[in-house]
Design a protein around this ligand. Sequence first.
Ligand code: SF4
Ligand code: SF4
Length: 179
Amino acid sequence: MSTREPRRLLAQELAATAAAYQDAAVIPHCPTCAKPCCRLDKLVLELEWKQVKVFWRLDESREAFDRRLASGQGPQEIREGNGLYYVHSKPCPAYDEAGRSCRVYGQEIKPLGCSDFPVYEDRGGVLADLRCEAVDIEALADWLAKAIGPEWRIVRSADEEFPFLVTLAVRKIGKRSRS
Ligand code: SF4
Ligand code: SF4
């Protein structure tokens, strides 16, 4: 059997575990969060054109919008790059400040990065973004350990450049790494 299938199954299990952690520990905290991520004062939101068009209620063409943006007449919080749009320093237009909720929650238009934040499967492990105050990395590691079982161990590491990004990699116990 190819090694791809077990890897794919592990990735699916990790993704399901990350989603379950978000449902249980993160989402219930959002309405009382002291620093909601959707205000985009710390995080950068990555959007495709279709999302920009809907969120800012634009009726112009993409070309016209890009020209406006390049001339400094577009929304100041949006930067264009590599065919995507990056939003920072103003709340996301889809954020309902009064209700402390996302107006496009559960909809196809919701950016993938929003669903992934702050805990998601990443290359055979789970990545946690500690900029979210609801993430308790110890509790997440315990949660993960229970989900994947005793034949796996969890190796924790922080990103060198962005130490608030912590990876919980899973390794098969007894399997030696090549060095
Ligand atoms: S930072 Fe975390 S707890 Fe706060 S609103 Fe965002 S996901 Fe919810
Ligand atoms: S789309 Fe929703 S979850 Fe994503 S930043 Fe905007 S309000 Fe927040």
